[in-house]
Design a protein around this ligand. Structure first.
Ligand SMILES: [Cu+2]
Length: 343
């Protein structure tokens, strides 16, 4: 068993790189950026770990099937005023290594050990207390999209290595809201994986459905400012090789968010069907009935659809480059009766 060692990794950063050049190191307390040259001559820099896939074990076991339908509701209590309180603990790290595709290892920066971080869920008006611990080597924060006081915005309150912060605000508005680290350089902190989703449900709930989360993301594994892989939920081609099983006649609800860096747009195309789409999930009336939405960065929403006919149906980015680099999957629609989620 080879133990991961930064010294070893630094010495052998050869995969895909032809040479390390003696350009001055760019460093400051926060980023410790390193500069090197790729095999095609491009000069790139990163403050992440540069890895040799031949010698790199993986620290992260991420199961996209488990992530898909997992919602975290927090530790629930009731305040003296009768308000529901939901407490979450989120720990940031920036030292984990994940085999993101066979033979491709990447230094992921994580909330609670995975990319994306946990899907948090609350009801409008709940008091959220998010206990944030930064166990990383760099400063990090959590910036939530949504409505909250300025001091809870995770922008001007950097949490240094070893530090902690309590984010406290009321859940709202109803919708789907991404959260992400907001430390500069922002592109780097996001693309390494410090993001997740907060779902705020209406007080009267939602219609029963087979619910799932898809965070659309990209991986820049060679630090050149372009993504080498794309995915729904991090692992390229995962849901193509492991089709998502749903039932004909069941209402399916997908909470989707686009967290792809570097590329200005992403999209979601569904085969053999159309879906109702609720941008940002803030309205109870769908804005579109379509098989194709386009999302800029952090755009998100709710998709709802029901398949009538059993079989295999593709879903993917209609930006073909993205689908050919991993952002594609399959719904396997079973026709033998479902869980009874009526539409
Ligand atoms: Cu960060």
């Amino acid at each position: 068993m080879i133990t991961r060692s930064r010294a070893v990794l630094a010495a052998v950063l050869v995969a895909g790189l032809s040479a390390i050049i003696a350009l001055p190191m760019i460093s400051d307390a926060q980023t410790e950026r390193r500069t090197f040259v790729t095999h095609n001559g491009a000069i790139v820099e990163t403050s992440g770990d540069v890895l040799d896939p031949l010698y790199t074990p993986s620290d992260v076991e991420f199961d996209p099937d488990e992530f898909l339908r997992n919602f975290e509701y927090g530790r629930v209590s009731v305040s003296e005023t009768g308000q529901t309180v939901r407490e979450f603990t989120i720990v940031a790290r920036d030292d984990l290594i994940q085999e993101v595709s066979p033979g491709v290892f990447y230094n992921v920066w994580t909330f609670n050990g995975t990319v994306p971080g946990p899907t948090l869920r609350a009801t409008e008006g709940d008091l959220l207390r998010i206990h944030f611990f930064n166990n990383g080597s760099k400063a990090h924060t959590i910036h939530f999209h949504g409505i909250h006081p300025a001091g809870m915005d995770g922008v001007f309150e950097p949490v240094g290595s070893g530090g902690r912060f309590l984010y406290e605000f009321e859940a709202g508005p109803v919708g789907v809201h991404p959260y992400h680290c907001h430390i500069m350089p922002l592109e780097e902190h996001i693309t390494h994986g410090l993001y997740g989703m907060l779902i705020v449900d209406p007080k009267n709930g939602r219609a029963p459905a087979d619910e799932m989360v898809m965070v659309l993301n990209g991986l820049d594994t060679d630090f050149d400012g372009e993504n080498n892989f794309y995915a729904a939920n991090t692992i390229p081609f995962y849901y193509q090789h492991h089709p998502i099983q749903i039932n004909a006649g069941d209402l399916v609800r997908i909470y989707v968010a686009n967290m792809v860096e570097f590329d200005p747009i992403n999209n979601f195309h569904l085969h053999g069907n159309l879906y109702k789409y609720y941008p940002t999930g803030t309205d109870v009336v769908p804005s579109f009935y379509t098989d194709m939405i386009t999302l800029s960065q952090t755009e998100r929403g709710i998709m709802e659809f029901t398949y009538e006919h059993p079989g295999k149906y593709l879903f993917h980015a209609h930006k073909v480059e993205f689908s050919e680099k991993g952002w594609t999957g399959v719904f396997l629609v079973r026709g033998d009766g479902g869980a009874g989620y009526g539409s």
